[in-house]
Each structure stands twice: as C-alpha cells, then as structure tokens.
Design a protein around this ligand. Structure first.
Ligand code: ZN
Ligand code: ZN
Length: 363
C-alpha cells in the first residue's frame, strides 16, 4: 500500500522529465527524498534514471531493513567518499541528461560531480519538480497532519494553562518542547517560539529568561510532527486579566483578519487573495500586515504555496495551509494567531480545534 504510493509519486515525477529535457533527476533535498521513497535518514541522495532508482547513503542506514521492499536500490558510500558513490548511482541509473536541485546541492558537490562524470552525463538545473507534487496532500498525509495538530493542541493547552506570573519564557518553551515530543512520534517541527510582554512585538523571538507578569501578552508558536509531517499553530493570550482595552481590540482585529483570510482560501483562486483579505481587515483597524500571511505545510513546515501579495500560485483542493495574520507594536507587544486549514472543493476547512481566545479560562 505504502510502496504503491511511492511508485505512483515517482511516476508522476518522471512525467515531467521530457518537457524539461531531462531523462533523470538527482535529488539532494532530504524532504524530497522522503516524499518519494519514505527514506528518512539524515544523509541521502536519490538518483532517478531511465534504468532505475538508486539511493546513496552511508553505512549507518545500510542495515536498517524497511518494512516493505524499498522503491530504490541502495548504493552505500564509504566514509567521506560519497561523490564516488553518487557517480556510481548516476552511471547505474543510465541517465545522460540529469536534472539537479540548484537550491539543495552545494557548489562544491556540483563541481565535483561535473568533473567525475565528464562527458558521460550532463547536469541540468531542475528545481521545484518534487515541490510541485508535494503541494497537494493525499489522504495519508492529511491524516498525519491531523495527528500532528492533535499533538500540538495537547501541548499548547498544557502550556497556556501553566502560564502564570513569575514563570520564565524559557521554562514554558522547555515544557512545550517536551510535550510536543511526548504526544507524537517525531521531533518538533521547529524550535517553539515563546515571547511575553513587549517582546511579543519581536517577529521571531527566541524564548528568553524574562519572567511573565500579570496582564502580559504571551505569544506561543509551535508545531509537532507525525510521520514526518508538520503542524504549525500560534496563539496569543493574556496572562491573568487584560491590562488595557488595547489588548482586546488588537486581538479582535487579528481574529477578524484570520477569519477573513481563511474564508478567502478558495480553490481556483490566487494564493495572494488570502493575504489581501487579511491585509484589508488589519488596515481597516489601523495596523499594517508586516509579514506573509501564510504558507503551505507538509514535510517542511514552510513549503509551497506562499500566501503573499507577490505569490503567483493558485490554490487547489488538497493543499494544507498555515494562515497566520499578526500585528506588532514596538514597545507595547504583538498578537499573532495561526491556524491550519485544508483546501477542499467547498473552500478551506480548519484542521485545528483549539479555541481562539485571548483569555484561556474563557476558551
Ligand atoms: Zn507558526
Ligand atoms: Zn507558520
């Protein structure tokens, strides 16, 4: 069952080769290798050619027997001599016009391959082919993302409940990271972001030693993984009772922008329209939108499509999107809310269940 899924993906990929003038593809991006084969080791190169599919890895992974016969033949690299193993895999694959991923291969590795292949095989830049396939999720991927969301929500529920005056951002981040691991089968999708008080205005704030005070805003952005697929969610709450009316007004503006952006994520429409919807709402409340309003989520926590004003992509059923409007006022603080949605034929449907509320007790 799983094997047939990988074979089908490889077939879809091969269908792109002719039009691009290739007869093969060298894949260096580990998430792309995992998508096509299920292999999740940290060192891998995949060569797809007319004769076969070959995975280059090192001895650490040579022993681990997969549950089903793999969709590739293994070429094991010894020590640092993996260029030789890659060359062998390329020759075995029979490819003479081999695409490579410009964004995922080092200049050094490309030059070394060109030198050792000489005139046997030509290397051609061919980025984005696997990413194009990965944009649309199948049922198994959507089920895994739902599991990652469930784990994230358990972790967020716990952390928001224990967020009290006197607790440091770092302490909360440590609890969050442990919970994300405990509730799922893989590492967190990214290092959780926890910021409080005026630090919530910092877009990508690393957790600090700052201890929360009553009435502080608290922003928590985190995601678990399940079977390699990520979740990505953000909540902003107030610790204790709200300090001023501005907190409630800012929160209401971001929640309205979130709802408008989700409603705008319709199949067949441009991805940029999701950002337009959020921007219009925030601007009507007097706030600018300072970052992209969202992104695709899958094996990578940020992947295609980008939900931004300059995005040229079109939404389609099967895309999983993180939508995350926010507003940030230096010296005062910020509010960001992030939900995961699945684009369906009928429109976007939320994969998340955690209440969107400024006050946890009122949740
Ligand atoms: Zn996030
Ligand atoms: Zn995100």
């Amino acid at each position: 069952m799983v094997r047939s899924r990988f074979l089908a993906r490889l077939e879809c990929l091969r269908e792109q080769f002719d039009a691009a003038g290739q007869d093969g593809l060298l894949i260096s991006d580990p998430a792309n290798v995992r998508y096509l084969t299920g292999f999740s080791g940290s060192f891998c190169r995949l060569v797809i050619g007319p004769v076969g599919v070959f995975l280059v890895t090192d001895r650490r992974y040579a022993e681990s027997a997969p549950e089903e016969p793999p969709v590739y033949d293994l070429v094991v690299a010894s020590g640092a001599r993996y260029i030789e193993a890659e060359r062998e895999a390329i020759l075995l694959s029979g490819s003479r016009r081999l695409g490579f991923e410009p964004g995922a291969i080092s200049w050094w590795e490309l030059r070394a391959l060109e030198a050792c292949l000489s005139r046997r095989s030509r290397l051609l830049a061919a980025g984005g082919q696997v990413e194009e396939l990965r944009r649309i999720k199948d049922d198994l991927e959507i089920a895994a993302i739902r599991s990652a969301v469930a784990a994230t929500e358990m972790a967020l529920t716990h952390v928001l409940a224990v967020a009290e005056p006197g607790v440091a951002e770092r302490e909360l981040a440590a609890i969050l990271a442990a919970d994300l691991r405990r509730h799922s089968d893989g590492p967190p999708a990214f290092e959780p972001l926890v910021s409080s008080g005026p630090r919530t205005a910092i877009l990508h704030a690393r957790p600090s030693a700052r201890r929360m005070e009553a009435g502080d805003l608290l922003l928590v952005d985190a995601g678990a993984t399940a079977s390699g697929l990520a979740a990505d969610m953000c909540r902003t709450i107030v610790v204790g009772d709200p300090q001023d009316g501005l907190q409630a007004r800012a929160f209401a503006a971001v929640r309205e922008a979130l709802d408008a952006a989700i409603a705008a994520a319709r199949p067949g429409d441009p991805a940029s329209q999701v950002e337009d919807a959020a921007r219009r709402v925030l601007e009507s409340h007097g706030y600018p939108l300072r970052h992209d309003v969202g992104h695709g989520v899958g094996l990578d926590v940020h992947e295609s499509p980008r939900l931004a004003q300059d995005s040229t992509e079109v939404l389609a059923p099967g895309m999983v999107l993180a939508i995350e409007p926010g507003l940030y006022v230096a010296g005062w603080g910020g509010v960001r809310l992030e939900e995961l949605v699945l684009v369906t034929a009928q429109g976007a449907c939320r994969l998340t269940h955690l209440p969107v509320s400024l006050n946890v007790a009122a949740g």
